[in-house]
Design a protein around this ligand. Structure first.
Ligand code: GTP
Ligand code: MG
Ligand code: NA
Length: 316
């Protein structure tokens, strides 16, 4: 492989949408975990990062026989809350990402926080893929566990297909009212102009292979410059919180560069020999009670003047 291909960082993907559309459940489905049921009231109240290595993505997409070369080392996905009171967290998440998944419940269509999320993405000119979730709730749906969506649709009765198309058409119209062209991803001939819709179920996993493959292909195809790995550390604080036994900790996203054990960081430090971007990391150290969510982290190089860096940090 040529050098530039081998040296991409992982794209950062933010998952956004109205409350209870299934954002966390979709991540649970990809991870094989059950975080959502452990949440108080089933409501996400923070942003969290999950890393999906390329092997994981390759395995989940193999049925699509895309034969697509994965050039990125993986995918870092950031979950955000959909509840109306967490606009600041949605804004922080959307500010960090290279691409987004906008989750829409097929039974409910566009809702206030869908539109709020849309506006955040538009404002930053962030491209996104629509996950049209909960297709398993269509009356008479035949589950095809973790199957690609085209194969799944062929298994459905005429009634289910008709109901699906009716709801899809309504939702495409709702997007149009927001000034956006959208289309089923496998019919979308002008990716970029028209945003792609991937029907999914976070319960039975239909459409998950399509969603993962599209995310990787889309970022690899259109964001190579942005994803070019750089040595310079770029790191953002997501959350500052007190964890029992650890005192104040910070959750950060390492957007670019490598953090090494022993690096002096203005703010911080952690528990790995080294970590390469993009990754989500929890850091425990002294003095973190002064950290502020949404700001950058600076690594002190051997030739840097600590005071200069402290000054940059104060400007954030
Ligand atoms: P917030 O983080 O609170 O905004 O919600 P969320 O978007 O993360 O939704 P969550 O994952 O909490 O799911 C909300 C509810 O919808 C839960 O009861 C899930 O089990 C259910 N759910 C999510 N995805 C699906 C799906 O694809 N099909 C069905 N039938 N239920 C789903
Ligand atoms: Mg959630
Ligand atoms: Na929820």
């Amino acid at each position: 492989p040529n050098q530039s291909e081998a040296n991409l960082r992982s794209p950062i993907c933010c998952i956004m949408g109205h409350v209870d559309t299934g954002k966390t459940k979709l991540l649970d489905c990809i991870r094989g975990t059950n975080v959502q049921e452990g949440e108080a009231g089933g409501i996400t109240q923070q942003i969290g990062a999950t890393y999906f290595p390329a092997e994981n993505i390759r395995e989940r997409t193999k049925e699509l026989k895309a034969d697509a070369k994965l050039k990125v080392p993986g995918l870092l996905v950031i979950d955000t809350p959909g509840h109306e009171s967490f606009t600041n967290l949605r804004s922080r998440g959307s500010g960090l990402c290279d691409i987004a998944i906008l989750v829409v419940d097929i039974m409910h269509g566009l809702k206030p926080q869908t539109i709020e999320s849309l506006n955040l993405l538009k404002m930053r000119n962030t491209k996104f893929i629509v996950a049209l979730n909960k297709v398993d709730r269509l009356y008479g749906w035949k589950a095809c566990r973790n199957a690609p969506i085209v194969k799944t649709m062929k298994q459905q009765s005429k009634d289910v297909q008709h109901e699906f198309n009716r709801r899809l058409t309504d939702i495409i119209t709702q997007f149009k009212e927001q000034g956006l062209n959208t289309e089923l991803y496998y019919k979308n001939k002008e990716m970029g102009e028209t945003f792609s819709i991937v029907p999914t179920s976070a319960i039975s996993g239909e459409g998950i292979p399509d969603l993962l493959l599209l995310l990787v292909q889309w970022t690899q195809k259109t964001m190579v410059d942005k994803l070019m790995y750089r040595n310079e550390v770029q790191c953002t604080v997501l959350e500052v919180k007190v964890v029992e036994g650890h005192g104040t900790t910070i959750d950060v996203v390492l957007v670019n560069g490598v953090l090494h054990e022993g690096d002096q960081i203005v703010g911080t430090y952690l528990h790995h020999k080294e970590i390469k971007a993009a990754q989500g990391i929890k850091i425990t150290a002294q003095g973190l009670e002064h950290a502020i969510a949404g700001t950058s982290l600076y690594v002190v190089g051997s030739h840097d003047d600590l005071e200069d860096i402290k000054e940059s940090a104060m400007e954030d």
